[in-house]
Design a protein around this ligand. Structure first.
Ligand code: AMP
Ligand code: MN
Ligand code: MN
Length: 333
């Protein structure tokens, strides 16, 4: 462990001890790592005898509802929190804008503990515990639990494991390091049921998810000599499939996994003038940098951004940029 990381951990533990009442929040439209990290943090705060509120902008996807205390996460968009907080823990957020409207309940001088693993993290916290080499924010939370002397029980271990499992795509992506696997092994030893967690998070399909897949696969387009594959989800598709946000998770993999593709893209129409773009790359393409150019961020091979323009315009801009990036490119086999 570097000195810098050791210092950040000490500062983060002090942050937990220095406050009594915390707002715990992750990014808008939370994914598995975001949800699991919030719930792991709830376990830790409980064990330290602290009070807390769990809140996100956006619904917790149903596939994570089995995690302990998932029902305590307030969807601030639907049920606004009626008070402000002077201490907050932001999880899995590369920048503070990622917490969305929950920002409105932070007191002007609120202390923020920033716990994250994105390379593009802007270090917006009063304390920054940012570990880009960690596979998931949940893995960083594991470090914090260890540093705070909170022993692993089955509930905490299950949350931490769920976050790592979900951000490594079931221990398949390039972020599946020896350390991530070692931590996962320790979590299983602490009582995690890997079959149960994988069944819920990776295997389970909802019917809307299948209906959406049926509608979205025909939208496949290839650009840049086939190196770029795009899928498009319109507002109409989501409505017709009776799908929710959680049903869209993983769709982009169909684009990126196609043979010969360097970048897979999912364009999701969120409003007539807002498009969420998910980018997934094969080595050596760096999509974190490209997402950042469009005001987003993420990881080298998995990143995202939102463009406040109509769907056609968003597609034109992003595809043009990706064509420039992948011109003459040969993929690392
Ligand atoms: P997604 O395509 O939404 O699954 O996101 C892929 C990765 O990029 C995740 O680690 C996200 O946290 C990150 N990401 C997505 N959108 C943004 C954004 N607007 N700003 C910063 N990071 C993002
Ligand atoms: Mn995330
Ligand atoms: Mn993450």
């Amino acid at each position: 462990m570097t000195n810098e990381l050791a210092r950040a951990l000490t500062d983060a533990v002090r942050f937990l001890h220095d406050h009594d009442d915390f707002l715990v929040v992750a990014h808008t439209n939370p994914d598995g790592d975001a949800t699991a990290s919030v719930l792991a943090m709830a376990c830790i705060l409980e064990r330290l005898g602290k009070r807390y509120t769990l809140a996100n902008e956006g619904e917790t996807p149903r596939r994570y509802a089995f995690l302990p205390r998932a029902d305590r996460i307030v969807n601030h968009g639907r049920h606004p929190l009626g008070r402000t907080y002077t201490a907050a823990i932001a999880l899995d957020c590369a920048d503070l804008e990622r917490i969305g409207d929950v920002r409105n309940v932070l007191a002007p001088n609120a202390a923020v503990l920033n716990i994250d693993h994105h390379v593009t993290n802007t270090r917006y916290g009063s304390v920054n515990l940012v570990v880009p080499q960690d596979a998931a924010t949940a893995q960083v939370v594991y470090r914090l639990a260890q540093a705070a002397g909170v022993a692993l029980d089955a509930e905490l271990a299950t949350c931490l494991y769920a976050g790592i499992l979900s951000d490594t795509g079931g221990f398949r992506y390039a972020n599946t390091t020896a350390e991530a696997l070692r931590v996962a092994g320790e979590l299983v030893a602490a009582g995690v049921r890997p079959d149960v967690v994988a069944e819920r998070i990776l295997e389970l399909l909802t019917e809307p998810q299948l209906r959406l897949l049926q509608r979205v696969l025909p939208s496949l387009e290839r650009y840049g000599d086939g190196r770029i594959a795009c899928l498009t989800v319109t507002l109409e598709d989501v409505a017709a499939a009776q799908a929710t946000r959680g049903d869209l998770e993983g769709l982009v993999a169909y684009a990126r996994n196609l043979e010969g593709v360097a970048v897979g893209v999912l364009f999701r129409e969120d409003a007539p003038d807002a498009v969420k773009v998910s980018l997934r790359a094969r080595e050596p393409v760096d999509v974190a940098r490209i997402a950042q150019e469009f005001g987003g961020g993420g990881h080298v091979r998995a990143a995202g951004c939102t463009l406040r323009v109509p769907l056609d315009e968003a597609k034109r801009r992003v595809i043009a940029r990706l064509e420039r990036e992948t011109e003459g490119l040969s993929l690392v086999p």
